[in-house]
Design a protein around this ligand. Structure first.
Ligand code: B3K
Ligand code: ZN
Length: 875
């Protein structure tokens, strides 16, 4: 496959001002007639060929201004339709194509999910429906006529507003015509047709327009939409209040489908969602599910301005809409919930997903410069690191400067397909700031490592920091230039209060933020009467890996005293990570393992500190994951040793604080279930405590867990108890798994959890259990959620079984990649990324992993998606 490069960008030679689609739906043969109003762009020479994109289409008709084209006027290849002798004046091109929705297993373009016709066009799915200039800088006004059998699809939905509908007399068919007045790229096109129920509500915008809101679901699921609807209304209000963005159509529709390659899709006025991010009730959804629904509903809604009104010029600019929109949804959730808790959760996600990506063979800049398959670039780097870059911009410019830049961006680029340069120029002009060096955050891959050594001079009262930044060499990036790093700091005095320095030299300072710009910098704080404890990178003010060389005592001091909640959390994590990594090294050397008693005490303090928010305590009690520890170990990773280290500390904590955990685990919210942050936080702490009690060695553990399972009245508590029973391999696990299955077998999203609990059990026969589950009657390779809940969950959430020393875990996942790739390349290539850190394993495991990657790469008929990932992994 050929690489597409940013430097080769050229605008399209033709424009398509309007698109009229007529879609005749039938399960195995849908006929699409597209009428495209085409004209030459200024500067395009007369006679330039018109080259349209297509993907596995059957062409049934081709006409220009009503006259059928003779065969010599065009050529068709599997992915292109080329017209020659193109009229010099504007013309209408009519194209008739036929596709088979039922045979579409890739879930790109037009397909059916449980009988409902739906579409997915981002990034390049529109070309699976008709021939088109399928690129984001071609903006057109769409009118869509949909026709289907009335019994099969009583509901017909398109983008924009419904302008006409009716029955076709003498037939069993009916139709609807939708018109979207906003010019949009083809990737935002959508249609849905099916037998769906809906819930309805309204929202009055700031200028007083009433918008009809509807959420469409399969019949019988209407009572699980309330939270999604509530989240939508809160998002609409928030975007008006915080960004001045008002909704711009009279209708906003959401459709939930059960077969979807990713989370959701922001099609103009017609968002299509994986039902996992819509459906919730206390019986089947966890608190985390509720929080995710709130965030994804907001994210897709926010795209209406950042993505749809202003879109990307080309796919290299993906972070222009994604990073910015993730930042916006993170801010929304922070306002709805606890800001520190949200920040800690987001940073956990960044470090566990993005940092490893950025340190291995799949590393790429936030704005990549080349790709062979764009679907492989919907990554944690583009999304999550992209959001961090926007957050740093806000830190550097301040809230007012940031808002000025955003306002200018909306004003200047509304209705355009634009670039990162244009985005940054708005901030630069609005605040008169040079962002030249800042732009490197978009250009360079890799996580900057920031090393800080400090020295206090008691005689002068000076504290001097020697600060170094660097990015380790990466494939294709042997060297790098220094980044602008906003480093939020505090200097904490012995009583726990921040000590303000009288002056700072050696770096720019804005309030409590040091702005690092050079590879090495020496920064001096003066006027400090005693030696402070340094609190650096407060709030995780930049996506860097900080090494501040702090003593164990200083870290424990910060964990207890820092006024910045993020750093309080981070200090204990750092301290625990150090201890766990040294325990793992002992495990490798077959030495006895014993947890550090000081650390055990520090965790006890968090548990019993009633001044802290329960949600914060729940997070602070959570040990770094095995994947986090593997990442921080660097090379020669032995997952068994890491697991042994982690269970040693868990047991030590459980037994040292068994009584405190026992009382915390029974402190649950009472009364009617509410998914709000306060109630969810209380449940999180109680279940975290239950988990530690399960590790305490007390003799009533099994009774405590079965009791927790049996009396749980919501999914959060139920799945927490079930997870512990299964993961600890307790005898009553099987019976409770069976009870769960009986209760929830008709609820697919709940059964995903049942599969996932078993997939992530680190038991000696974990792999055999997962293999057996692939033959379970409820397992279905065609359903992406089910595949993710079993195979993907195993590969990413069961590190010891995935990386079994005999290589059988890798082999199982590789078998699945190869099999799934035949039907759904996007799901397969995503699964394949679980091998990306293969070189970091100790040599036996890395050899097994390499063998599997080589086997995948030599498989016959590998998709472009999987081929791209496997080749980059092996490079
Ligand atoms: N924009 C979509 C993602 C599309 C993925 C295409 N492979 C959802 C989102 O980020 O909001
Ligand atoms: Zn998005």
């Amino acid at each position: 496959a050929v690489a597409i490069r940013l430097e080769d960008y050229a605008s399209a030679p033709y424009r398509i001002d309007t698109v009229d689609l007529d879609i005749q739906l039938n399960p195995r043969a849908a006929t699409i007639t597209a009428r495209l109003a085409i004209s030459r762009q200024d500067g395009t020479p007369e006679g330039t060929d018109l080259v349209l994109d297509g993907d596995a289409l059957e062409l049934f008709g081709l006409a220009i201004d009503g006259l059928p084209l003779t065969q010599d006027r065009y050529t068709v290849t599997p992915d292109k339709l080329t017209l020659n002798e193109v009229p010099t004046h504007p013309f209408v091109l009519e194209i008739v194509t036929r596709i088979n929705p039922d045979a579409n297993t890739e879930l790109m373009g037009l397909y059916r999910s449980s009988g409902t016709y739906c579409t997915q066009c981002e990034a390049e799915g529109f070309r699976c429906i008709t021939y088109f200039l399928d690129r984001p800088d071609v903006l057109s006004v769409y009118t869509t006529r949909i026709e289907a059998r009335k019994g099969e699809a009583p509901v017909l939905l398109g983008n924009g507003n419904l302008i006409q509908s009716g029955d076709l007399p003498g037939t069993d068919r009916h139709f609807a015509v939708w018109h979207d007045p906003h010019p949009k790229p083809s990737y935002l096109f959508a249609m849905v047709a099916g037998d769906l129920a809906h819930v309805a509500d309204t929202f009055v915008t700031s200028s007083g327009r009433e918008v009809d809101l509807k959420i469409y679901v399969e019949h019988g699921r209407e009572n699980r939409c309330a939270w999604a609807m509530d989240s939508l209304k809160r998002s609409m209000k928030w975007d008006e209040e915080v960004f001045g963005c008002e909704y711009d159509l009279d209708i906003f529709n959401i459709v939930a489908v059960s077969d979807f390659n990713m989370g959701a899709m922001e099609n103009k006025g017609l968002n299509i969602f994986n039902d996992k991010y819509v459906l919730a009730d206390p019986e089947t959804a966890t608190d985390q599910d509720y929080a995710n629904i709130e965030a994804v509903i907001a994210h897709e809604y926010f795209h209406n301005w950042t993505g749809n009104r202003i879109t990307c010029r080309d796919w290299f600019q993906l972070c222009l809409k994604e990073g910015l929109t993730v930042f916006r949804d993170q801010e929304f959730s922070s306002n709805m919930r606890s800001r520190p808790v949200k920040r800690i959760s987001d940073v956990r996600l960044l470090k566990s997903h993005q940092f490893p990506e950025d340190a291995g063979p799949l590393a790429h800049p936030v704005r990549p410069r080349k790709y062979t398959e764009i679907n492989n670039f919907y990554t944690a780097t583009v999304y999550e690191k992209g959001a961090e870059v926007v957050r740093m911009l806000k830190t550097l410019l301040g809230p007012d400067g940031f808002r000025k830049g955003m306002d200018l961006y909306f004003e200047r680029h509304d209705g355009e397909a634009t670039t990162i340069e244009a985005f940054l120029a708005c901030f630069s002009e609005a605040t008169s700031t040079d962002l030249g060096q800042f732009a490197r955050w978009y250009e360079q891959a890799g996580t900057p490592q920031v090393d800080v050594k400090s020295q206090y001079n008691a005689a002068s009262g000076d504290l001097t920091l020697e600060i170094n930044q660097m990015i380790s060499p990466l494939p294709g990036q042997p060297s790098s230039d220094p980044s602008v790093i906003p480093l939020r700091f505090g200097l904490i005095g012995p009583n726990g209060d921040d000590m303000p320095p009288s002056s700072v030299t050696g770096a720019k300072v804005q309030g409590d933020v040091l702005i690092l710009e050079d590879k090495t910098q020496s920064v001096t704080f003066s006027g400090l009467p005693s030696k402070p404890v340094l609190s650096l990178l407060r709030g995780f003010s930049a996506p860097v890996q900080l090494e501040a060389h702090q003593s164990a005592d200083d870290l424990l001091f910060l964990a207890r005293q820092d006024c910045d909640p993020f750093n309080r959390w981070q200090a204990l994590q750092t301290r625990a990570t150090q201890d766990l990594i040294s325990l793992a090294a002992k495990a490798v050397a077959n030495q006895p393992l014993k947890a550090d008693p000081q650390l055990v005490d520090a965790f006890g303090d968090v548990l019993t500190n009633e001044d802290l928010d329960p949600a914060f305590r729940a997070l602070a009690l959570q040990l770094p994951s095995e994947a986090d520890l593997a990442r921080d170990t660097g090379m020669n990773v032995d997952p068994d040793a890491i697991s042994a280290a982690r269970s040693t500390l868990r047991k030590a904590l459980g037994s040292a604080h068994a009584n405190a955990f026992k009382s915390a685990m029974s402190n649950r919210p009472t009364g009617t279930f509410s998914p709000d942050a306060a109630n969810a936080g209380q449940r999180a702490l109680a279940n975290q405590a239950l988990g530690y009690y399960a590790a305490s060695g007390e003799n009533d553990i099994e009774a405590v867990l079965t009791n927790a399972f049996d009396r749980a009245d919501n999914m959060t508590d139920l799945i927490a108890a079930l997870t512990l029973l299964v993961h600890d391999g307790l005898p009553s696990a099987e019976q409770r798994l069976e009870a769960f299955r009986k209760r929830h077998e008709d609820t697919s999203l709940a059964m995903d959890k049942w599969f996932m609990v078993q997939a992530t059990a680190a038991l000696a026969d974990g792999l055999e259990r997962v293999k057996a589950l692939t033959a379970h009657p409820l397992f279905d390779f065609a359903n992406p959620n089910r595949v993710r809940s079993l195979v993907h969950a195993f590969a990413t959430g069961n590190p010891t079984q995935f990386a079994r020393i005999d290589g059988s875990g890798f082999e199982f996942v590789a078998d699945n990649v190869i099999a799934i790739d035949q039907r759904n390349p996007q799901v397969a290539s995503r699964l394949l990324t679980c091998f990306r850190s293969w070189r970091a394993y100790e040599k036996t495991r890395s050899a097994h992993a390499e063998a599997q990657l080589l086997r995948i790469s030599s498989a016959e008929k590998l998709s472009r998606d999987s081929r791209d990932i496997v080749e980059r992994c092996l490079q």
